[in-house]
Design a protein around this ligand. Structure first.
Ligand code: NAD
Length: 412
């Protein structure tokens, strides 16, 4: 994780090479606007107190309020949160929604917490950062190991601090508290729309396309369901416990894998599958590889062994810049995180809009509005790959930086 922010800056530098960015804009984009750190003292169920490090990084708000998830993970560090907040600023610009970029995290392994302890950590986070977040200031959302319930606790705590209703302070909430229809599957749905567009451009069809998915949480599991329904062959999936593969030319039955994971806590040993490691999954002979877990999974040590011709990055930062170079040389198309997983923040934006108006849309309306945003973002990025002769990541950065620059220049 130590290099995540360096990787992000390297991606920015590569984009700066292909587009003229005003020196002042580039200098500002190399640093977050604000970094806030808190210690969260939590009384544990056994009566002892543990203190957890918590962060919120507000990277850029030239285009709108800071926006980005909160991660609960034992490996969270400031460097990682900075990188994730930077990618959020790029992502909101790629899909052209009026929000900026931010991110948060708590250094904690939530698997070691009881539900009551998890609630206390979530509430402590919202209370500590309440002066800095808000519907018009900075809007957190779920990320790794945080979910709708965590958002509900955070919203409730924030409202107690400010003394009024403020559903738009977080997104990814449960429906009964002002969440949006379609938010749960939104990240996967957006990635799915982008993949469908890409397949058309490269002349492939779903029913001839095999997929391996690393990570079987919110992003990965929904993606497996969407792809299975559309006729793709799901060759393998994995989670932090390990992976499972279908027999040659067969497809996993996603509902069975979900049922097994719900029962046992992992996909490992799901019925009618063969166990593989998460690293082996990355190197399977499939058409599409979907990293949907954590950063730095595809690096210069394994990039040359990747056999997929398309990598769809549902996770943030799964591919290092060194691996990008190797993959580009091999002709692998990497659909970058800032485009592939932007469906999540786009439906978060819809949720925020609905909260401001107190008027709610059906799931069909949400999907109708998501589709053109993802299709436009894909074609904007794809066109830049053609005109500038760059890979999709650099094209997405060129597009985003030009939009950020326009906003920053207009502000003077
Ligand atoms: P999640 O906590 O719901 O799921 C994470 C999954 O990754 C789990 O199945 C976990 O077991 C698995 N995992 C962890 N380490 C692994 C490893 N070494 N090998 C294989 N699997 C491993 O989190 P999520 O919300 O699905 O997020 C996954 C990724 O997608 C993250 O990079 C996140 O930043 C990104 N993302 C999520 C959203 C969203 O809306 N949830 C939006 C944009 C980006």
């Amino acid at each position: 994780m130590a290099h995540a922010f360096n990787n992000a800056l390297e991606q920015l530098a590569t984009a700066a090479h292909y587009t003229e960015i005003h020196q002042a804009v580039l200098a500002r984009l190399q640093k977050p606007e604000r970094v806030i750190q808190h210690s969260l003292p939590i009384v544990m169920d056994d009566g002892t107190t543990q203190v957890f490090d918590a962060y919120r990084v507000q990277y850029n708000n030239a285009r709108g309020p800071f926006k980005g998830g909160v991660r609960f993970h034992q490996n969270v560090d400031l460097n990682e949160v900075k990188a994730l907040s930077f990618w959020m600023a790029i992502k909101t610009a790629v899909v052209n929604i009026p929000l900026g970029g931010g991110k948060g995290g708590v250094v904690v392994d939530p698997k070691q917490l009881s539900r009551a302890e998890l609630e206390r950590v979530s509430r402590a986070y919202a209370r500590a950062f309440a002066p800095y977040i808000g519907p018009m200031q900075d809007v957190p959302a779920p990320d790794v190991n945080t979910n709708a319930q965590v958002m509900a606790w955070m919203m409730d705590e924030y409202e107690q601090v400010v003394g009024h209703s403020a559903p738009g302070v977080v997104t990814g909430k449960p429906l009964e508290l002002g969440g949006s229809e379609g938010r749960g599957a939104a990240t996967a749905q957006g990635g799915f729309y982008v993949l469908q567009e890409l397949l058309q451009h490269v002349g492939k069809q779903a029913n001839n396309t095999s997929v391996a998915i690393q990570g079987f949480g919110n992003a990965g599991m929904h993606m497996a369901q969407l792809l299975e329904t559309a006729g793709y062959r799901i060759a393998a999936v994995s989670d932090s416990g390990g992976g499972v593969a279908a027999a040659d030319n067969a497809s996993l039955v996603v509902a069975d894998v979900i049922q097994h994971k719900n029962k046992t806590g992992s996909v490992v040993a799901a019925p009618s599958t063969t166990d593989i490691s998460s690293e082996e999954l990355l190197e399977l002979p499939v058409d599409v590889l979907v990293p949907a877990a954590l950063e730095n999974q595809i690096t210069d040590t394994n990039a040359d062994r990747i056999k997929a011709s398309i990598i769809l990055e549902l996770a943030n930062g799964p591919t290092t810049p060194q691996a990008d170079v190797v993959l580009h040389k091999k002709g692998v198309i990497v659909v970058p995180d800032v485009l592939a997983n932007a469906g999540g923040v786009t439906v978060s934006y819809f949720e925020w809009v609905q909260n401001q108006h107190g008027y709610y849309w059906s799931e069909a309306e949400v999907l109708d509005r998501l589709l053109p945003i993802m299709v436009d973002a894909f074609s904007d990025v794809w066109n830049i790959t053609k005109t500038d002769g760059v890979n999709m990541r650099t094209a997405a950065f060129v597009l985003a930086v030009s939009r950020l620059e326009a906003a920053m220049q207009s502000r003077g």
